[in-house]
Design a protein around this ligand. Structure first.
Ligand SMILES: Nc1nc2c(ncn2[C@@H]2O[C@H](COP(=O)(O)OP(=O)(O)OP(=O)(O)O)[C@@H](O)[C@H]2O)c(=O)[nH]1
Ligand SMILES: [Mg+2]
Length: 306
């Protein structure tokens, strides 16, 4: 028996939240390259980028990175030195804060938990998008990521994880640099879709729903022609990141985009998704994207129980 489905994008006046993205470390800063709203890169001096991946860049020295990882977020919020000011400046003030990071290196792994924690003080909803290392990167990086992830999950309101190995199924044989680039745009996708539909009033509801899940996983599907809803849903559920039993998924968020996504398309997609995750409460929205032509695209986030 399907649980409730509640539309996103409601609320008086449909006022839009103030959004902010922060890239942390090399991976995080590359991931915000295509961000359509305010984005700040927080990195150290050795991180280099192919394209300017940010609207603003804050560089922390190695000493600052070491300092930030050595003290509690509570102390950091009160301290007055370059490192603490840099972190606070990066986080800024927002209604919804997206932190992008790659766990496995030093900067992302050690700064993200504290920044997610601190982010709760300056934003209503903190969503971390975290890439997890490829197996070929070695056990050391895997171990660092494994140690950091539980602290990120605890600190953020929501964490979307992307084990990089999943990409090998989507786009095999890519050289590492190209694989990272693909990963960057995949990781930005949910933030961009959500930024188009979410209202301030949604944030409180979402925060409540997200309190019941530990991590989120992304599926993206596309469909065209007469069965486009079937295709888009089937395609999204082939996601390499959906690796738990579907009947145990307690919550999902979906956004359907297309030239003219109407209630008919939306309820067709919703019904097909709910058949596959029968026990999930679903938040959903549709949005217009003229560039899609006759095709539709589905952004589907599944929340996993702790
Ligand atoms: N999506 C994406 N992931 C990356 C990129 N570069 C590295 N990664 C992944 O993110 C993990 C962390 O790497 P970095 O972000 O370079 O590390 P860092 O946080 O800058 O930390 P240090 O450089 O060690 O201080 C790596 O193990 C990779 O799995 C990138 O450009 N894009
Ligand atoms: Mg780095």
């Amino acid at each position: 028996m399907a649980r409730e489905a509640i539309p996103l994008g409601l609320g008086k006046g449909k006022s839009r939240p103030k959004l902010r993205a922060v890239g942390i470390g090399g991976a995080g800063c590359n991931a915000i390259a295509s961000c359509g709203f305010e984005a700040v890169a927080l990195c150290n001096g050795t991180d280099s980028f192919e394209t300017p991946p940010y609207h603003r860049k804050i560089v922390l020295s190695d000493d600052s990175v070491r300092f930030v990882r050595s003290i509690s977020p509570r102390l950091l919020s009160a301290m007055d030195n370059d490192a603490a000011r840099g972190v606070r400046d990066a986080l800024g003030e927002s209604d919804m804060l997206f932190l992008f990071t790659g766990l496995g290196g030093e900067t992302g792994s050690h700064l993200t938990p504290g920044m997610a924690h601190l982010g709760r003080r300056c934003s209503g909803l903190v969503v971390v998008s975290a890439a997890l290392p490829f197996s070929v990167e070695g056990v050391g990086r895997k171990e660092t990521a494994r140690n950091s992830l539980p602290r990120v999950l605890e600190a953020a309101h929501a964490t979307i994880t992307y084990p990089n190995d999943g990409l090998l199924k989507l786009a095999p044989n890519l050289p590492l640099r190209k694989a990272f680039k693909v990963m960057d745009s995949i990781m930005m996708f949910p933030a961009l879709e959500l930024s188009q539909v979410i209202t301030r009033d949604d944030l409180t509801e979402l925060r409540g729903d997200l309190a019941h899940v530990s991590e989120l996983r992304l599926g993206i599907g596309e469909g065209g022609g007469l069965n486009r809803e079937d295709q888009a849903v089937a395609d999204a559920f082939t996601s390499p990141w959906f690796d738990r039993p579907m009947d145990k998924v307690p919550m999902a968020i979906l956004v359907v985009s297309g030239r003219d996504v109407d209630q008919y398309i939306l309820s067709n997609v919703l019904e097909r998704v709910q058949r596959r995750i029968p026990h999930a409460a679903v938040r959903y929205a549709g949005r217009s994207d003229p560039s899609m032509g006759d095709r539709i695209r589905l952004m589907l986030l599944l929340g996993y129980a702790p």
